[in-house]
Design a protein around this ligand. Structure first.
Ligand code: COA
Length: 151
């Protein structure tokens, strides 16, 4: 079951840190957005944060699944849930960004309907103090993807 994090319940920081090494950035977007959690047998196995960019655009700021539960379809459920909630809330566009080295994430987002929109060169070198390496690739550029929700 995916539901909005109830009021007064601490966000699953350990989980969100899997997707973003910066605790400060996570705290910033938790303040601006809403955290949704995937719960099974009282365990929080996945989470995402949806935050408005403006009145027409909403962004998935973070999506993460417990390491032991990855590859079982939970990530896809979370992304599809975010798209549905964005539609229901009347947003015209949903966005997500990831690193050039995040091959699996790029596959997942495109499987959920996202299209590539732009590249922010050197985003990760400018915004993160520690080097990030995934799949043997240095993460330097941010790839932005989006879905137009009303055509
Ligand atoms: N190449 C091709 N396809 C891939 C892939 C890869 N390397 N990795 C995942 N996929 C595909 C799967 O095959 C699946 O497609 P299918 O539905 O057609 O079978 C789809 O992506 C969804 O996989 P799913 O099992 O739902 O993903 P998940 O539950 O493991 O969640 C993440 C995906 C990214 C949320 C999860 O791996 C995670 O938490 N990673 C660490 C945090 C992170 O990097 N978050 C994103 C920040 S940008």
């Amino acid at each position: 079951m995916i539901r909005k994090l109830p009021l007064g319940v601490e966000p699953p920081l350990e989980l969100l840190l899997l997707a973003d090494p910066s605790e400060n950035k996570i705290k910033d977007y938790l303040n601006q957005g809403t955290c949704f959690v995937f719960i099974k047998e009282k365990e929080t196995l996945g989470a995402y944060v949806l935050a408005p960019v403006d009145k027409n655009i909403v962004e998935i700021m973070n999506v993460a699944v417990e390491e032991s539960e990855q590859g079982k379809g939970i990530g896809k459920l979370l992304i599809l849930d975010a798209i549905e909630r964005a539609k229901q809330a009347g947003y015209k566009r949903i966005e997500i960004g990831t690193g050039n080295s995040s091959i699996g994430q790029l596959a997942l987002y495109q499987k959920c309907g996202f299209r590539l929109t732009s590249i922010e060169k050197d985003y990760f070198t400018k915004n993160y103090s520690e080097p990030i390496i995934e799949n043997g690739i240095r993460c330097v550029d941010r790839i932005n993807l989006s879905i137009d929700l009303k055509s």
